[in-house]
Design a protein around this ligand. Structure first.
Ligand code: SAH
Ligand code: SF4
Ligand code: F3S
Length: 454
């Protein structure tokens, strides 16, 4: 009998979409490792290719089919000797259609099913057609997953919450990722401690709606994100904590207080607002007004005065008038963002927004997006510019572009390039910022941060 575990094979994973998909991709690699699969950086020559897909906007979903076209040629050139799998949110939303439309595909599975990869592999070729697994399983995939592996990196993602019950009228996530679910605190602590033991210094807690986190504590009582962050901060060797993506409605007092109290919680918060118009916010079902968002930001800034903010914006939601758009521009000016992502509204099948009247023409969306991005880019440039001559703690993550250089991240997630010895990789050091490039900073090494580095 063939011992499959001992055969060296290669796996290529292409990840689209959000950080939760990035986390899932690394966990898929963890599941495949005991079967003899090592990850490679190119699809050519790989024994298995997984596309971990995103369904959030039309363009994101379309990429899957064009990539499958390329893989069809690659597979034909290798006489069919490569396993092609489609995972992630497009698989969850359109699994059967993919299986029908793209015969190159051997396997289709959703974000809740990848712990079953070994069983799916064993089923391959048994009944002719592709193996399809997109049911929401009753078991907890996290219980079945092997130990998380950060592959020596000093930063890691850790999913603590999945799914969403908010049903914003533009969004597919409640359909592709299902109902809100929080992992138990003990399970998260074990994963975090394991990551820190392997050299991780910074953990970003992930969830589609991460601050809705309410995992069971040891006594079986729900624990909020603020309390979880407090517990994680007690792990020696863990130096930085971040979380994303949060919803303004779920910023509770305990979490706001954690921003003031927990030094390891970085002063940088992604808090999407989408629009500054109360009419559009209501139509989007965001469940808050522009002024409520302003008041919330003021409270969080009062808890941590060096907090920098980032956000997501959608322009051209159905019914958005010039006045509604102007209200968004005003809100941006009021808040002053360090960074932001902005998108043209993309009607998604099955969401209420797609059936609304007054869809906005593409030229109007493009014009508004350009104006919005000009303002956001100017704010980001001012934010980066203000860093010159400041001293920042930098966590060094990788070798820099030039010899003798390392690249790390500031507390505000800015890439910082510094001449520094390789020994500082995975460590935090104090850096004096000297220069600002488009999307990064340059600085001079001062000394290892006063804080103890384990
Ligand atoms: N859970 C997060 C958002 C997840 S989706 C939140 O509540 O804010 C990431 C971003 O994609 C959203 O914030 C939104 O700005 C954008 N997005 C989602 N659906 C979209 C759509 N149909 N068209 C355009 N942008 C969209
Ligand atoms: Fe989508 Fe976020 Fe709204 Fe949930 S809260 S429906 S993930 S935009
Ligand atoms: Fe995309 Fe799914 Fe994330 S739709 S944004 S990959 S949750």
């Amino acid at each position: 009998m063939k011992d499959t575990a001992s055969l060296a094979k290669t796996l290529y994973i292409k990840t689209y979409g959000c950080q939760m998909n990035a986390y899932d991709s690394s966990r898929m690699a963890d599941v495949m490792a005991p079967l003899g699969y090592t990850q490679v950086a190119e699809p050519e020559g790989a024994d298995m290719v997984i596309l971990n897909t995103c369904h959030i906007r039309e363009k994101a979903a379309e990429k899957v089919y064009s990539e499958l076209g390329r893989l069809r040629k690659l597979k034909a050139a290798r006489d069919g000797d490569v396993i092609v799998a489609v995972a992630g949110c497009v698989a969850q939303a359109e699994g059967e259609e993919i299986a029908r439309r793209a015969p190159v595909v051997d396997m289709v599975f959703g974000p809740q099913n990848y712990h079953r990869l070994p069983e799916m592999l064993a089923k391959l070729g048994r009944d002719g057609g592709p193996v399809l697994d997109t049911d929401f399983p009753v078991e907890d995939k996290f219980d079945a997953l092997p130990k998380a592996n950060a592959n020596g990196a000093p930063t890691a993602f850790l999913t603590v919450q999945e799914g969403c019950d908010k049903f914003c009228t533009f969004c597919v996530v409640p359909y592709t990722r299902g109902a809100e679910f929080s992992r138990p605190v003990a399970q998260i602590m074990t994963e975090a401690r394991g990551l820190v033991e392997s050299g991780v210094r910074e953990i970003t807690l992930l969830g589609q709606n991460v601050n809705a986190f309410h995992g069971d504590d040891a006594g079986g009582k729900p624990c909020g994100l603020g309390r979880l962050i407090g517990q994680l901060a007690d792990i020696t060797g863990l130096e930085r904590i971040r979380y994303t993506t949060s919803h303004p409605r779920d910023m509770d007092d305990e979490l706001i207080e954690a921003h003031g109290r927990v030094e390891k919680l970085m002063p940088y918060l992604h808090l999407p607002v989408q629009s500054g118009s109360d009419k559009i916010l209501k139509a989007m079902n965001r469940q808050h007004t522009g002024d409520e968002y302003r008041a919330l930001v003021a409270r969080i800034r009062a808890a941590r005065n060096d907090l920098a903010l980032s956000s997501d914006f959608i322009v051209g939601f159905p019914g958005e008038t010039d006045a509604d758009f102007d209200a968004t521009m005003t809100l941006i000016k009021d808040i002053n963002y360090a960074q932001a992502y902005s998108f043209k509204y993309s009607p998604r099948p099955g969401t209420p927004g797609a059936d609304m009247e007054n869809q906005i023409p593409d030229e109007v969306k493009s014009d508004r997006l350009a104006r919005l991005q000009a303002l956001l880019n100017a704010q980001a440039a001012a934010f980066h510019g203000a860093m010159v001559d400041r001293e920042l703690d930098v966590l060094f993550e990788k070798p820099g572009r030039h010899k003798g250089q390392l690249t790390g991240r500031s507390p505000y997630l800015q890439p910082v390039h510094v001449d520094a010895p390789t020994a500082l990789l995975g460590q935090i050091a104090r850096v004096k910022i000297k220069a600002v490039q488009a999307n990064s900073l340059g600085g001079e090494l001062l000394r290892a941060a006063d804080r103890e580095v384990a």
